[in-house]
Every structure is written in C-alpha cells, then in structure tokens.
Design a protein around this ligand. Structure first.
Ligand code: NDP
Length: 255
C-alpha cells in the first residue's frame, strides 16, 4: 500500500454539520474533492443548496438536510435520511457552532442555553445518531470541531460560555473515543485557532490586528488551512489515533 493510499477516502459517505458557510463549507468541499458522497446539514436550506450547487460536479451524491443540531427530532430524522439514501455513514464532522461575546456577569440564561445547546448538546446528539449508524458496521470516524478556546482563555474578547462549551466538546470527544473504540469508531476533535469567517468577521473584525500580534505565523487562518488535518483525521492515515485534540492555529498555543 502506498503512503497516499492511507489518505484515500474515495467512495466513503460523510455528513458535515454547519455546512452552509465558513469552515463547514470548506469541510464539505474537502470531503467531496476526496471522493466522498456528502450530506450537508445546517440551519438554513438556502445556504446548503448554494454549497450543494457549487459541489455538483465534484460529488456523486449530495444530500441537503436543513436541521437544527440542538433538536433531537430533527437530528434523528436527518440521520435516518442518511441511512436510507447512502446505506451507511463513514465520517461525521460536527462543525455547527455559535459564539457570543458578552461579559459573564451580564450574559442571560437564555443565551447560556442557546450556546450550550448548539455547541455541546448539538455535538452530542449528532455523535449519538452517528454512532447508532456506525456501531452495526463496526467502523466509522467522528471529528468534532473544538477550538483553541477549549484550552485557552483568549483575550480581550469575553466569551466564557463559548469557551466552556468548547472545553466540553473536547472532553466529550475523548470520552466517546474511549466508549466507542471497541466498536471500531474513532472520535477526535480538531481545534482551529483564529479563522477568518462570518463568525469572526461579523462581531470581532476590529480585533484582527490584536490577534495577529499574538499568532507566531502573524496571520489569521483561512478555512482552507484545515483541509490537510481534516483528511488526515477522516482517513486511515490516523488509524491509531482516537481521543486526540488536534490543534491547527499558526502556533498560537505554542507560546
Ligand atoms: P460560521 O458562523 O461562519 O458558520 C457556522 C455554521 O453553523 C453556519 O453554517 C450555520 O448554519 C451553522 N449553525 C449554527 N447554528 C446551527 C444550528 N443550531 N443547527 C445547525 N447548524 C447551525 O462559523 P465558522 O465557520 O467560523 O465556525 C465553524 C465552527 O468552527 C464552529 O463550531 C466554531 O465554534 C468553530 N471555530 C471557529 C473558529 C473561527 O475563528 N472562526 C475558531 C475555532 C473554532 P447556517 O449557514 O444555516 O446559518
């Protein structure tokens, strides 16, 4: 087997949450370009349809699944559709997430619930639904998108709840990795550093110069910078890796 064969995921099926824009859109591209059939899950159908249109030529089969990751009924129905369309799920990448910058003393209970529900409960519900498809096949790989905010308190933005939700994603991934290893399922998290997307541009673009100063590579990341790590974690190249948090951050956490 050539070294490149280890990275071969051609013909696999992959589900990506939050696939309508930003990092999720690039994850969808990466999986499609690597030869997977893809299921695109996200809140707004129009965003998913746009990505599906862009991927059209690259992908044998595309499924568009408008759903809220924090709603069990919507997630269960979406994964059932994956099973009836593809017959199996090989790769599940849980990327959907929300952020909010508010001082901890002011954050409302409703905002706490929204952030934890999407970022942590949503990841759990999708992992659970994925595992129910993967366990009978005794194989599968799950990648949960964490963040450097899981292990560092980034400044100057105030986002205690977001940080806590991402720390939860990393520990949840480790826990599920241990529970599901006997079923042939690997679970890892991929934690990006600062990436220029709608999430960071919409409320924090004024902080970009501050962040650049803190990043040894002296630039924010682009969603494309995650492609290699994604293919590595999704494929047999990482066959003996589970429960790992892979950080891709331009050296930010190395300081
Ligand atoms: P964006 O805000 O650009 O995109 C978020 C995506 O998540 C959107 O496609 C959105 O759907 C989807 N989404 C939001 N809420 C839900 C929900 N309830 N159910 C289903 N889908 C939902 O964010 P990024 O691309 O920047 O971030 C993607 C992930 O990466 C997040 O988990 C984020 O925390 C993480 N991350 C981002 C970093 C960054 O610097 N950008 C750094 C570290 C981690 P729709 O398109 O329909 O609105």
């Amino acid at each position: 087997m050539s070294i490149y064969d280890l990275f071969n995921i051609q013909g696999c099926t992959a589900l990506i949450t939050g696939a309508g824009r930003g990092i999720g859109r690039v994850i969808a591209y990466t999986m499609a370009e690597a030869g997977c059939m893809v299921a695109l899950l996200g809140l707004h159908r129009e965003n998913l349809e746009k990505v599906a249109g862009e991927l059209g030529g690259k992908c044998e089969k595309i499924l568009v699944l408008p759903a809220d990751v924090s709603r069990r009924d919507e997630i269960d129905a979406s994964f059932q559709q994956v099973e009836s369309t593809f017959g199996r799920l090989d790769i599940c990448i849980n990327n959907a997430g929300v952020s909010q910058q508010v001082p901890a003393e002011d954050i409302s209970e409703a905002d706490w619930e929204r952030i934890i529900d999407v970022n942590l409960k949503g990841v759990f519900l999708c992992c659970q639904a994925a595992a129910r498809l993967m366990i009978p096949k005794k194989s599968g790989t799950i990648i949960n998108i964490g963040s450097i905010s899981a292990s560092a308190v980034n400044v100057p933005q105030k986002q205690a709840v977001y940080n806590a939700s991402k720390a939860g994603v990393v520990m949840l991934s480790r826990s599920l990795a241990v529970e599901w290893a006997p079923h042939g399922i690997r679970v890892n998290s991929l934690s990006p550093g600062y990436i220029e997307t709608e999430m960071t541009r919409s409320t924090m673009s004024h902080l970009f110069p501050v962040w650049r100063e803190l990043i040894p590579m002296e630039r924010l990341g682009k969603p494309d910078d995650l492609r290699g790590a994604l293919l590595y974690l999704a494929s047999d190249a990482s066959v003996y890796m589970t429960g790992h948090d892979m950080i891709v951050d331009g050296g930010y956490m190395a300081r």
